[in-house]
Design a protein around this ligand. Structure first.
Ligand SMILES: [Zn+2]
Length: 187
């Protein structure tokens, strides 16, 4: 059965990067046997840091025992692949029915075989704010738009004017022709 992994990503980290990372951990633990859903959220507001065992502990996990659900909390900006892998593998352990008594102290053991391309995950930069607009530039843009709008209205009005002038001329000539043909109707 093909491994099915759903990543519910609520961060600006690329889902493809997270997916590749989690797949590597799942394969490493031989945990391909079931559909898994991994939610990813931020652990802290930007710039806030929490500590555990004297180390920055900005990566947290939660998992169902014997289920296929994991929630990962990761920091803003970037996350250390070693730390992330240890927590993910620990949570996969819970999915595989392991309790803490069954597991080694995961936070002390490096993941020796972590591929170098997974050493760090970095989120995409926030969208740059538009540069502050110069007031005169804003007003120029507005004025140019108004000029275009009024020029087009003027053109339209000229067209209607010509059309009605033609009509007025036409009926004027028609009446004049009638009067010429029947002089009695005239003055
Ligand atoms: Zn645990």
């Amino acid at each position: 059965m093909a491994l099915r992994l759903r990543v519910d990503n609520r961060t600006r980290y690329a889902t493809a990067d997270l997916r590749r990372f989690f797949l590597w951990c799942i394969h490493r633990e031989g945990a391909e046997g079931r559909t898994r859903r991994i939610e990813v959220v931020y652990s802290r507001k930007p710039g806030r840091q929490s500590y555990k065992w004297g180390q920055p502990a900005s990566v947290h996990g939660l998992a169902s025992y014997g289920g296929g659900w994991i929630r990962m909390k990761i920091p803003h900006g970037s996350v250390d692949g070693q730390l992330l892998a240890r927590v993910v593998i620990h949570e996969i352990g819970h999915n595989l029915h392991l309790h803490h008594a069954d597991m080694v102290d995961w936070w002390t053991l490096p993941i020796e075989d972590l591929p170098p391309e997974l050493a760090t995950l970095t989120e995409s930069a926030p969208k740059a704010a538009p540069p502050p607009q110069d007031r005169d530039y804003v007003n120029l843009t507005k004025a140019q738009a108004a000029v275009a709008r009024w020029a087009s209205r003027l053109k339209r009005d000229r067209t209607w004017l010509k059309k009605w002038e033609r009509k007025a001329k036409y009926y004027g000539r028609k009446i004049a022709a009638k009067q010429a043909a029947c002089p009695n109707n005239g003055a």
